[in-house]
Design a protein around this ligand. Sequence first.
Ligand SMILES: [Zn+2]
Length: 174
Amino acid sequence: MSDSKHPTFKLDDDKDVLGRLCALSWFDGVRGEYDLLVNVDEDDARELVAKLTAWLDAPRLAARDRLTGIVPVACCHSTGVALIQSRAGEWGVVDTDWLSMAPNIGLESTGAMRDWYATEVEARAAYRDETGKVICESCARFIDHDDAECDDDGIYTCADETACSAACAAKEPK
Ligand SMILES: [Zn+2]
């Protein structure tokens, strides 16, 4: 056995029993060996996964209702779409109508929520699709398609190089 760190939990398939049974063990760092916590069948395993998932998701889902004071990362008034990030780090595309509503109104109940995304890349792609805007690869601002230049590799940058340089400079750490 190597000295590399042991995984905290270990699953073994117990083949000596009728049907499938999973042995969930926990690594006891003091004794340096695994302790069997529980044996679970398939139904128990599904229930355990569901409960752990719900527990893991709870802060992220709760943050969806705590958006007071959230400032959009990007906002396109002509198409009525905004990109936001919750306090739990989740990304969302919303109707700009919501921005003018009472801030304590939950997004989900207003109908202004379009969708939540696990990653920034997915959210920005959705925002791009809904607004027709593109991201400048230099300054990372959303700009109108007509205000962008596209090179042979399909990379968009600001047509206005002065504004682009100013935006890049503004992001430099002081
Ligand atoms: Zn730019």
